[in-house]
Ligand binder design. Structure first.
Ligand SMILES: NC(=O)c1ccc[n+]([C@@H]2O[C@H](COP(=O)([O-])OP(=O)(O)OC[C@H]3O[C@@H](n4cnc5c(N)ncnc54)[C@H](O)[C@@H]3O)[C@@H](O)[C@H]2O)c1
Ligand SMILES: [Zn+2]
Length: 359
C-alpha cells in the first residue's frame, strides 16, 4: 500500500493506492466515519461490471446507489438535479449524508460538485476507476458540470475526505479509455517530470498491456505531482496550479465547440498538448525537437495528432472560457520537456496561426 498525504491547511486528506483495495472498501469507510447515509454515484458501465463489489461494500441500509450516465453526459444539469433530488428525498430525520464517487472523471467531477453544494457541503469520498480519475481528476478538489456554452463552467473547489485508488479497476477499462488516461500522464511528464516522460515514451506496448509495475509507477508519480502542485496552490491563485492546464485551453475549446459529442477529453488533451507545443515553437519558447518528441509519443499510443475542426468555433469557445478582455489570454507553454511556463500574452492571432499545424 502507498499513501500520499495531500497536506492542505484546512482540508488535508490521504490518497491510498493499493491493488485489491476494492474488495475491502468497507474497512476504509468505517475508519473514515463520513456519516450515516452514503450516496454512491456511479456510471452504468461501472455498475454493470462491478455490481457485486458495489453491493458488498455499500449495503442497502446505509447506502443508496445512484447510477447516472456514462461519459460527459454525467456532467449535465439534468444529472446534477437528479442527484440532488435523490439526496433530498432520503436525507430526512437528520441523517448525516455523504457522497461516494465511484467511477471515472465525469462521476468524480459531477458527484463532487453535488456534494459541494448540497447544504453547502457534505463529505465526499473519491474512488476513481479510470486512469484519468486515478492520476488526475479525483485529486485536488476541482469539481464541475458543463453547460452547452462551456465545459466545467459551473464548479467549485471542494476537496474530498480521501481518495482510494485500486489500479485493478483498470483491467476492465477499454483500450480507448486507457489511452485517454495516458494522454494526461504524458502531460505530467511534459510539464514536470522528464523520467516519467521517458518511461511512458519507451514502454508503450507494456503500458498498453497494463504491466503492473509500470502502471503502478505511473499512477504514483502522477498522483504525487498533482498532490504537490495542489498543496502549493490549492485554488489556482498563485499561477502554480495553472501548469496542469497544459493542452487544456485548446482541448476545452474543442470539446465545447462540438457539444462534448465528437471528441472525448483525453483525445482532446492529446491534440491540445501538441497544439500548445506548436504554439510554443511558433513563439520561440521551445524548438521543433520538442514538438516532434511529443508528436511521436502521442502516435505510439494512437492518440490524435491531426484533427478536423472549425477554427472559428473553437476560437469562440476559447474566448467564452478565457475572455480576451485585454486582447490577450493566458496559456501554458513549454520551454523543454519537464519545463512549462505561463504566458499571459497570447493573442487570437497567435492561436489562429498555430491552428494550421494540427488542422
Ligand atoms: N477535476 C479535475 O481536476 C479533472 C482533471 C482531469 C479530467 N477531468 C474530467 O474528467 C472527465 C474525463 O474522465 P474519464 O476519462 O475518466 O471519463 P468517464 O468518467 O466518462 O469514463 C470513461 C468511460 O469509462 C467507463 N469506466 C469507468 N471506469 C471503468 C472501469 N473500471 N472499467 C470499464 N469502464 C469504466 C465509464 O463508465 C465511461 O463510459 C472529463 O469530464 C474531464 O473534464 C477533471
Ligand atoms: Zn484533463
Amino acid at each position: 500500500m502507498i499513501k500520499i498525504e495531500v497536506k492542505l491547511n484546512n482540508n488535508p486528506y490521504p490518497i491510498v493506492i493499493k491493488r485489491g483495495l476494492k474488495n475491502n472498501l468497507s474497512r476504509y469507510l468505517k475508519k473514515l466515519q463520513l456519516g450515516n447515509l452514503g450516496f454512491v454515484l456511479t456510471s452504468p458501465k461501472v455498475y454493470k461490471l462491478y455490481t457485486k463489489t458495489i453491493k458488498k461494500n455499500f449495503p442497502g441500509k446505509k447506502f443508496k446507489i445512484i447510477v447516472s450516465a456514462d461519459g460527459e453526459k454525467a456532467k449535465s444539469k439534468h444529472w446534477l438535479s437528479k442527484i440532488i433530488k435523490t439526496i433530498l428525498e432520503l436525507d430526512k430525520q437528520n441523517k448525516k449524508p455523504f457522497m461516494v464517487c465511484l467511477g471515472g472523471g465525469t462521476i468524480g467531477d459531477s458527484g463532487g460538485f453535488a456534494a459541494s453544494i448540497y447544504k453547502r457541503g457534505i463529505p465526499c469520498l473519491q474512488i476513481p476507476t479510470t486512469l484519468i480519475g486515478q492520476i488526475d481528476s479525483s485529486i485536488g478538489g476541482k469539481t464541475a458540470i458543463d453547460l452547452p456554452q462551456a465545459k466545467n463552467i459551473l464548479g467549485s473547489f471542494y476537496q474530498p475526505k480521501a481518495v482510494l485508488i485500486d489500479p485493478d479497476f483498470l483491467t476492465t477499462l477499454s483500450k480507448k479509455d486507457l489511452r485517454e488516461g495516458l494522454a494526461e500522464a504524458i502531460k505530467y511528464g511534459i510539464i514536470k517530470d522528464k523520467s516519467l516522460f521517458s518511461l511512458i515514451k519507451n514502454n508503450s506496448k507494456k503500458i498498453l498491456n497494463l504491466e503492473q509495475g509500470l502502471i503502478d509507477k505511473i499512477i504514483y508519480r502522477c498522483a504525487k505531482i498533482k498532490a504537490e502542485i495542489v498543496e502549493e496552490d490549492e485554488k489556482e491563485q498563485k499561477g502554480i496550479r495553472t501548469i496542469l492546464n497544459f493542452g487544456h485551453t485548446f482541448a476545452h475549446g474543442l470539446e465545447a465547440s462540438s457539444q462534448y459529442k465528437k471528441i472525448s477529453h483525453g483525445k482532446a488533451v492529446a491534440i491540445g498538448m501538441l497544439y500548445a507545443a506548436c504554439l510554443s515553437c511558433n513563439l520561440n519558447r521551445c524548438s521543433i525537437k520538442e514538438v516532434e518528441e511529443i508528436k511521436k509519443v502521442l502516435e505510439s499510443y494512437s492518440l490524435p495528432t491531426k484533427i478536423d475542426f472549425n477554427p472559428q468555433k473553437v476560437l469562440n469557445a476559447i474566448n467564452y472560457d478565457k475572455k480576451f478582455t485585454t486582447g490577450k489570454i493566458r496559456m501554458v507553454l513549454i520551454k523543454r520537456i519537464a519545463k512549462a511556463e505561463i504566458s499571459t500574452k497570447i493573442t487570437a492571432q497567435d492561436l489562429k496561426k498555430a491552428f494550421k499545424k494540427i488542422n
